[in-house]
Write a protein that binds this ligand. Structure first.
Ligand code: COA
Length: 383
């Protein structure tokens, strides 16, 4: 019996900033951002887009009425939650019109949590093959203006429909999760921005990949040759490449180049969007599937998930025959191409605009799902 990703979509907000403009405004050599960090553009989320609207905008286009009636689990992974208690998935469940006898929950563990959600969803549909699960990764990645992490911000959501007859990626039981208590990046309750030890987070990410990759090879008696491609969590596109080169240092140059070529396909969308936190690995997966010209049905993929704090996981899946027909490549290209570029001044203004009903009303955002008012801490949406 199999279970895996049957439908896959992402959504990013309608604004972006060119990284060269940000670099010029911060008196930094643009090559540091475009080459050193590996980012061309950064998605900017207006106040009308929160993690719930980003998630709804990602999920709505892939759901049929039949899906809405058979989804039993709505799992939302995020680290930019809008409430300490009520799960964003409960609101999302209503916005998407999912049948009422379902579970709606929110998961937290930095950028990792959607991967836990995917594994829970997989187990659920394996036990209930007639039912489905919706897993969404949704985040607004913000480090603050003029902060060290400023060039690694972004926003967006990835929605995945998990079923027992997946048409895109069949997930295997091979997986190596890895937890270690480390303060490399965290956000104390009530703080608007995370506390980050950038060098430590880079180091821990690389060490975590090396550890789970070694363990995976030993545990399952597999080698790099078993894989057509690897997809990585991508806080910025240089990060996965660093881990890849460190973790695969023992491999031949030809093997490293084979995997690196696929990695380049996996970062095409992230270069234009920036950091999606929980969604970054899955945006990378979508980019890989939609841009690689050499992948084919039956190919085995490895996915490396990393959330600071830290939890990592290496897991695998196989591409299902006909998977290409279920990709939304044209829609994704249009979504990215139709965004509006902001100046640095406009980006800073968006960033600092307080969440008030007056500002929400004045917004020109016309996205299908958007926040329209907040009264007594209750959020109201255009649906
Ligand atoms: N041209 C080309 N490359 C340049 C450059 C230039 N003019 N100037 C610097 N670079 C390169 C550096 O050599 C470095 O590359 P390397 O790491 O491959 O050696 C890269 O750009 C970044 O430079 P660095 O000095 O390390 O940047 P920084 O001190 O501003 O920190 C981050 C970068 C990513 C650590 C910081 O943005 C951050 O804290 N981000 C948030 C945390 C995060 O994303 N962690 C990842 C794991 S989840």
């Amino acid at each position: 019996m199999t279970a895996g990703i049957d439908k896959l979509n992402f959504f990013v907000p309608p604004y972006y900033l060119e990284m060269t403009e940000l670099a010029n405004a911060r008196n930094v050599d643009p090559a540091k951002y475009t080459i050193g960090i590996g980012q061309d553009q950064m998605a900017i989320s207006p106040i009308t887009q929160d993690i719930i609207t980003l998630a709804a905008n990602a999920a709505q286009p892939i759901l049929t009425d039949e899906d809405r009636q058979t989804i039993d689990l709505v799992i939302l992974g995020t680290e930019s939650s809008v409430d300490e208690s009520k799960a964003a998935a409960v609101v999302l469940h209503r916005l998407l019109g999912i049948q009422p006898f379902a579970r709606g929950i929110e998961l937290k563990e930095a950028c990792y949590s959607a991967t836990a959600g995917l594994q829970f969803a997989k187990e659920y549909v394996l036990a209930h093959p007639e039912r489905k699960a919706l897993v969404i990764a949704s985040d607004i990645a913000r480090y603050g203006l003029h902060s060290g992490g400023e060039p690694t911000q972004g926003a967006g959501a990835v929605a995945m429909l998990v079923t027992s007859q997946p048409r895109i990626l069949a997930l295997s039981d091979e997986s190596v999760p890895y937890t270690q208590d480390i303060y490399d990046f965290w956000r104390p309750t009530g703080e608007p921005y995370p506390v980050v030890n950038g060098p430590l987070s880079n180091q821990t990410y690389i060490q975590a990949f090396e550890t789970v990759w070694q363990e995976y090879q030993q545990r399952y008696q597999k080698t790099l040759a078993d894989f057509a491609a690897l997809a990585f969590h991508i806080p910025y596109t240089k990060m996965g490449k660093k881990a890849l080169l460190a973790g695969l240092a023992q491999e031949s140059e030809a093997e490293q180049n084979r995997i690196l070529a696929q990695y380049e396909e996996s970062i095409r969308y992230s270069r234009r969007v920036g950091n999606l936190y929980t969604g970054s690995l899955y945006l990378g997966l979508i980019s890989l599937l939609e841009n690689s010209q050499t992948l084919k049905a039956g190919d085995k993929l490895g996915l490396f998930s990393y959330g600071s704090g830290a939890v990592a996981e290496f897991f695998t899946g196989r591409l299902v025959p006909g998977y290409q027909e279920h990709l939304l490549t044209d829609a994704h290209e249009a979504l990215l191409a139709n965004r509006q570029a902001l100046s640095v001044a406009a980006y800073e203004e968006v960033f600092q605009t307080p969440l008030t009903n007056e500002n929400l009303t004045a917004s020109t955002d016309t996205t299908a799902f958007r926040l329209t008012a907040v009264n007594d801490h209750i959020r109201y949406y255009q649906e």
